[in-house]
Design a protein. Structure first.
Length: 419
């Protein structure tokens, strides 16, 4: 087994060549990676089946779906790599250029960050997404997945390395940590001189551990207590469609809605419609119904479980929705400010005034008007795919695509100037 220390040494060595990689070379490697994924689909699916069998009695059905790969999902992963290849190369962009009075030309140019380590949990598609984004942006990628998905990740990385080698590049541009214990995560958090940026993707405990303990630069990502506020003017039909999509299309992801706020004037009629749509109709259709966690006002209107002390501060990642009735847009904004993780929030409204106040006042990475929070995604934003959703303000915010995986340096050109 390759130790984490050995993997870090290989990544540091591979980093030496990344700054001079041409866009053509990178795109050739990405094409090879996509092709190799497709060619090795059976091997990847077999590995994934072993992961599923080992995890089926230990994680929820919703989380098991996150872990599951299918031929269609592998094809989608390969297509995601091709889409990244088609995007403009972010490296070398001139971000700013100025000529000083003394004749010096000063250019601010985008450059790779270096070695990016990603600690993530049971989502095998993150393996290929992260590798593709890192390579296109000129970075070395170290992947450390969760133990539930290790066999899947290993098979995926094996295929990706084959594609990279076919293009004549160093396969160590992508590396997989083989130790799935906490020790390897701690090694990455403290790999000063080896890791230039650490990105955790997963639950609250993982993100908190990285942010609080890492001595290398770390991006805070992912945890999504996402809110939707339906105001007094909201169109009921549109609101039901949006809320159903945001809660049930894939409840295990960070951009799923966890909290619904409803204006007190709309609530008496709308919450009954909501129960019919998310509970009764889903049961009749043989689908998983949504379980409500209700504040006292909502509980007077509709059936459901009384909200507990922490229900408005919980990322359920399940078919559970916390519901609160509020008196106006200002109370909704105040609730979001108190409970949000700064990921994604939405207002459903026909009032331009309420929409303007909401978008100006809510301090989250993505703020929606009359659309589902499920769009907070690199692919949906036209970024190809994403390395994660940053919920902090420096150095990236929201879906992290190619541009967010670069930093910059200044190039100063003179003709003999001295100070």
């Amino acid at each position: 087994m390759t130790t984490t220390k050995e993997l870090l040494e290989r990544a540091k060595k591979a980093k030496a060549c990344i700054y001079t990689l041409t866009e053509e070379k990178k795109n050739a490697a990405l094409a090879g990676m996509a092709e190799a994924l497709t060619e090795n689909a059976e091997e990847i699916l077999a590995a994934n089946l072993l992961d599923l069998e080992a995890a089926k009695d230990r994680i929820s059905p919703v989380m098991l779906d996150r872990l599951r790969l299918t031929p269609e999902r592998i094809a989608s992963m390969a297509q995601g790599i091709r889409e990244v290849a088609a995007l403009p190369d972010p490296v070398g962009r001139v971000l700013d250029r100025r000529i000083r009075p003394n004749g010096l030309t000063i250019e601010k140019r985008a450059v790779p960050i270096g070695v990016i380590a990603i600690i993530y949990e049971s989502r095998p598609n993150v393996t290929s997404d992260a590798a593709a984004l890192a390579l296109k942006s000129g970075n070395v990628c170290i992947l450390r997945g969760g133990k539930e998905a290790f066999r899947s990740a290993r098979a995926i990385v094996k295929a990706l390395k084959t594609g990279i080698e076919r293009a004549g590049l160093d396969p160590d541009l992508v590396g997989l940590v083989e130790d799935t214990t906490r020790e390897s995560a701690n090694e990455l958090m403290h790999a000063n001189g080896y890791v230039d940026l650490l990105i955790p993707r997963g639950g609250a405990s993982l993100i908190r551990a990285c942010v609080e303990n890492a001595t290398v630069p770390c991006i805070q990502t992912g945890q999504g207590i996402c809110h939707i506020f339906a105001d007094e003017t909201a169109d009921p039909g549109m609101a039901l469609d949006i809320i159903e999509n945001a809660k049930t299309s894939r409840p295990s992801v960070c951009n799923a809605c966890e909290v619904l706020l409803v204006h007190e004037a709309l609530a008496p009629s709308f919450l009954l419609l909501l129960k019919k749509r998310l509970v009764d109709d889903r049961i009749a259709a043989g689908k998983m119904p949504v379980s409500f966690r209700l504040d006292p006002k909502a509980a007077e209107i509709v059936e459901g479980e009384k909200a507990g002390e922490n229900d408005f501060d919980t990322e359920f990642l399940d078919y559970i929705l916390a519901v609160r009735v509020v008196k106006d847009v200002r109370e909704a904004v105040a609730h979001i400010a108190a409970h949000s993780t700064a990921h994604s929030e939405a207002i459903l409204t026909r009032s331009e005034e309420n929409a303007a106040f909401f978008t100006a006042s809510v301090d989250s990475a993505a703020v929606y008007v009359n659309a589902s929070t499920r769009f907070t995604d690199g692919g949906e934003f036209g970024l190809g795919c994403e390395m994660g959703i940053s919920t902090q303000k420096l150095h990236a915010r929201g879906p992290m695509g190619l541009n967010e995986l670069t930093t910059y340096r200044y190039i100063i050109t003179g003709n003999g100037q001295i100070r």
